[in-house]
Design a protein around this ligand. Structure first.
Ligand code: ME8
Length: 523
């Protein structure tokens, strides 16, 4: 069986989850569900990033011990996954013992190995330079700008501070040629989309400097093996989650273990803010430790809200729970993945959300289901109709759904183009609505009942196929629609059954609208 390992970033617990976090997790969920329905063995991981200076500071600012604080806030991210109906197989916290053991071993392996220039991968030195706690990242002087307030800032807008302390370094400079080779020759599909790939390539071509990978001025983290005054740089700690959650190193060499089954990861999904950590540092760390690099990293774009950056100070962060309460879960899932070409930035506006709900979901898909199923209920004896021979128009509509499978495999599996996948499915929904209008079953009812039955059959089966294909995006609503077509839950809803048509004569329950129009409550 083909395997698929997909991960979200592990989120910092200093912040409450908002629509940006929901977005990444949702995209991964849709892909994980797609792959499962397509017959793959899937492992889908999410979790929380709990060490480092930023989290320690957030805990202390709130008057808590870091462990108590992280225990509490990590739960918000688990709750988010439940609110969004996320199908993750595991949830990792970097404060768990399984993770700490993995980090220590990864460090030891890196330290034991040599870089391509023959020198040791890790050496002790002194870091003197700029650090942004908000990004948990080191910056060169040339990357900074000075604001009107005289403070220096990183390209992300985060304030930086001068840090001078003993530190272990990773000999990243020596991995530059291997990285360029990895991006260009060994694995040209490593980074998506292309804009990000080009950015990373030019960053690496400019020349890499060695990376500070330990800190000594605070203590909330994993100690460096053999030198516990140092704690590991939080990004080395965090990135390791992708292998610690698979049980590495304890199950190394066990062919039935999760690590053997699922590493290297098929896809690390991330936001564009953290692409450098995942595409430069992470493959180099792994290679230095003698492990395989991941197969692909896709960096999606950034959401603003009503044209503004989401921020604590503006207090405009969109809370997923509030959106779900207002619009329903599946409309929110649909909107986020449909509205913006995946990879580009997008703006979350209530007006755009309502437009999508009313146009695509209520008018196009909802109406198709409702008018066909209630017509069958009233005029077709409330059973799956008995079709006669299919005309070319009938075949064209049925074939259109079958033809979607390779398109979806490409757009989702290779390109992570959620919007294009949804566009393709909804083009068939539009075809089906046109087919209803042209075939006019209400007229056939009087002139040619046998043909009416065929038309209704073709429509019911098209709705079944569309509902099966939309399950990864809107699992709960599509389950309701498939219930109304009397398709039992389980393997009958897998992609492999797409062409195993409805059985004429099967009783159909009374239909109920799946996507109501959204109307602003009168004030
Ligand atoms: O960076 N639009 O965690 P983090 C779109 N712990 N996506 C957004 C977003 C927005 N406005 N805001 C956040 C970290 N995200 C590290 C990761 S991984 C080994 C360690 C999403 O809590 C997006 O996926 O700051 C981004 O990359 C991630 O949240 C950052 O989450």
């Amino acid at each position: 069986m083909q395997r698929f390992y997909i991960t979200t970033p592990i989120y910092y617990v200093n912040d409450a989850p908002h629509i940006g976090h929901a977005y990444t997790t949702l995209a991964c969920d849709a892909l994980a569900r797609f792959m499962r329905l397509d017959g793959r063995a899937v492992h889908f991981l999410t979790g929380t990033d709990e060490h480092g200076q930023k989290v320690e500071k957030a805990a202390r600012d709130g008057g808590s011990e870091p462990q108590d604080f992280t225990d509490k806030v990590s739960q918000n991210f688990r709750d988010l996954a439940r609110e969004l109906d996320i199908s993750n197989d595991d949830f990792i916290r970097t404060t768990e013992a399984r993770h700490k053991a993995c980090c220590s071993e990864l460090w030891r392996r890196m330290a034991a190995g040599t870089a391509p220039n023959g020198e040791s991968n890790i050496y002790l030195g002194k870091y003197a330079g700029w650090y942004a706690v908000r990004d948990e990242a080191f910056y060169g002087e040339d990357e900074l700008t000075t604001g009107p307030d005289g403070r220096k800032r990183a390209p992300s807008g985060a304030e930086v501070e001068w840090v001078e302390e003993p530190s272990y370094f990773f000999r990243l400079s020596a991995w530059q040629d291997w990285l360029l080779d990895y991006y260009s020759t060994i694995n040209p599909d490593f980074i998506g989309p292309n804009t990000r790939r080009n950015e990373v390539l030019s960053f690496v071509k400019q020349g890499l400097t060695d990376l500070s990978i330990s800190r000594t001025t605070f203590s909330w983290g994993i100690p460096v093996p053999g030198d516990p005054k140092h704690i590991m740089y939080v990004w080395l700690d965090a990135l390791s989650n992708y292998v610690s959650a698979l049980g590495w190193p304890a199950n190394e060499g066990d062919p039935a273990g999760l690590f053997a089954k699922f590493w290297p990861a098929d896809l690390h999904m991330v936001g564009k803010d953290i692409v450098r950590f995942h595409t430069v540092y992470w493959p180099a760390f792994l290679k230095a430790a003698g492990l395989e690099p991941p197969r692909r990293v896709f960096a999606h774009g950034w959401w603003t809200v009503e044209g503004q950056k989401m921020s604590k100070s503006l207090g405009n962060a969109v809370k997923p729970a509030a959106m779900i309460a207002k619009y329903g879960l599946d409309p929110v899932r649909y909107f986020l993945l449909r509205e913006v070409p995946f990879g580009q930035d997008g703006d979350f506006s209530q007006a755009a959300m309502v437009r999508r709900i009313n146009t695509d979901l209520a008018n196009d898909l909802g109406n198709l289901g409702q008018r066909v199923l209630s017509f069958i209920q009233k005029n077709g004896g409330a059973v799956v109709p008995q079709p006669g021979a299919f005309t070319p128009e009938d075949r064209r509509l049925l074939d259109a759904t079958t033809a979607l499978m390779p398109v979806l495999r490409h757009e989702l599996g290779q390109m992570q183009a959620f919007n294009r996948a949804l566009e393709a499915i909804f083009a068939v929904v539009a075809d089906a609505n046109r087919y209803v209008d042209v075939q006019a079953p209400w007229t056939l009812r009087k002139t040619d009942p046998a043909r009416m039955a065929t038309v209704l059959y073709v429509l019911a089966d098209t709705i079944r196929r569309v509902a099966i294909l939309l399950q990864p995006f809107m699992p709960q609503s599509m389950a309701k629609l498939l219930d109304q077509l009397a398709v039992p839950p389980g393997p009958g809803r897998d992609f492999a059954r797409l062409e195993q048509a409805l059985v004429p004569g099967t009783a159909l329950p009374p239909p109920a609208g799946v996507f109501p129009r959204y109307q602003e409550a009168a004030t």
